[in-house]
Design a protein. Structure first.
Length: 373
């Protein structure tokens, strides 16, 4: 039996060898595999084989070549990763229109392969609105409208004319011009407001670094003045301002602690006065004071007076003047002006009948023992 020609019996063709100038590891392997298959098929076609084995081998080689050709052919374009849907826009406040606009524009731009036509884009934009926002789109989205929307971008621009402030840039520039760093706020808090307003006011980049320096506090300006001319970018200068602001605040906090501690020390009584203060018994009589013989207790300033229930009278009783004449250095019972005061009272009572005046002998023992307040 004559050997069958494997190339004649099979209608499958060997995939062409890639001879382009650019090559990758995968294409090199495919070229080598195709070359090996061609060599094996040439050997099978030239030698005489009695058994039907070579036909089966040729079919297997052709199958393998088809698989290589399918893997070598470029695959179809893959779709982009689907972004999450923006929240529904209702009144332009929650969410804000600026936030919703950025999300819807990003969705239409990144996932444009998910929308087959402009009709699909308009339907998507209309579906991401509700309430007042959808009511603004409804007249021109209707099929019977005289001026219908043609693209989804027109719908977004229509809402921008309603919810966006036409003087947004002008107002932002006025706020940016009046912006100044306050003494009570940190540099981080001020820098956040600075970045927000410069983006809203569309300030040129060349003006940002000198503007930031002019808006700092005086203390912070003095701290960064020496290195200010060396900075070329806004970020470098902002980082330096942040470090200097933190250092100044640590110094201020330490100075405040020292000032408070010194104030407390100056207000506290001297240590000698605290040590010499005698204890007061429950009967309101100081320890070591003989009320019968006061001369034995030393000078009046060596012991405390009696305590009072009212705090407003306790301090005058300890440190204050005499209750009779208002002078310091003695008590009321030892006041030299007490006799003069008694003489004046006797003169005023000379015209009083004697029968109404009690003599010293008629006074009770309790009345004689009472002290003059």
């Amino acid at each position: 039996m004559a050997p069958k020609n494997s190339s004649a019996t099979s209608s499958r063709t060997i995939p062409p060898i890639d001879t382009s100038g650019t090559s990758t590891p995968q294409s090199d392997e495919l070229v080598a595999a195709n070359a090996e298959i061609a060599r094996l098929k040439a050997l099978l076609s030239n030698q005489e084989v009695v058994s039907p084995g070579p036909d089966r081998l040729a079919d297997a080689l052709n199958t393998f070549a088809d698989r290589l050709a399918r893997s070598e052919s470029p695959a179809g374009p893959s779709r982009s990763v689907k972004l999450p849907d923006p929240p529904l826009l209702t009144d332009g406040k929650e969410p804000t229109f600026e936030s919703w606009k950025l999300q819807i524009q990003g969705k239409l731009r990144v996932n444009q392969d998910h929308f087959s036509s402009d009709e699909a884009r308009m339907a998507y934009v209309f579906g991401r609105t509700g309430g007042d926002a959808q009511a603004h789109l409804h007249p021109r989205y209707d099929d019977d409208s005289e001026d219908p929307f043609k693209m989804g971008r027109e719908m977004v621009e229509h809402l921008s004319a309603i919810y966006e402030d036409p003087f947004k840039v002008l107002n932002g520039r006025n706020k940016y011009r009046n912006l100044m760093m306050q003494e009570i706020e940190t540099f981080v808090e001020f820098y956040i407001r600075f970045l927000h307003l410069l983006g809203q006011a569309r300030i040129p980049m060349d003006d940002l670094l000198p503007d930031l320096y002019d808006k700092l506090t005086l203390d912070l300006e003095r701290a960064v003045l020496s290195l200010y001319p060396t900075f070329k970018t806004l970020k470098q200068f902002a980082d330096h301002c942040l470090s200097q602001d933190q250092g100044l605040r640590r110094i201020k906090a330490r100075a405040d602690r020292i000032r408070i501690r010194n104030a407390l020390i100056s207000r506290s009584p001297p240590a000698t006065l605290r040590q010499n203060q005698p204890t007061v018994r429950k009967d309101r009589q100081p320890v070591g004071v003989d009320r019968g013989n006061r001369q034995s207790a030393g000078p009046p300033s060596s012991y405390l007076r009696l305590s009072h229930d009212e705090p407003s009278r306790q301090r005058p009783a300890i440190y204050g003047p005499c209750f009779t004449c208002g002078q310091h250095g003695h008590f009321t019972m030892d006041c030299p002006n007490k006799a003069k005061k008694e003489e004046v009272s006797l003169v005023l009572t000379e015209d009083v009948p004697t029968e109404n005046v009690q003599t010293e002998d008629e006074l009770t023992d309790d009345e004689q023992g009472k002290e003059e307040p």
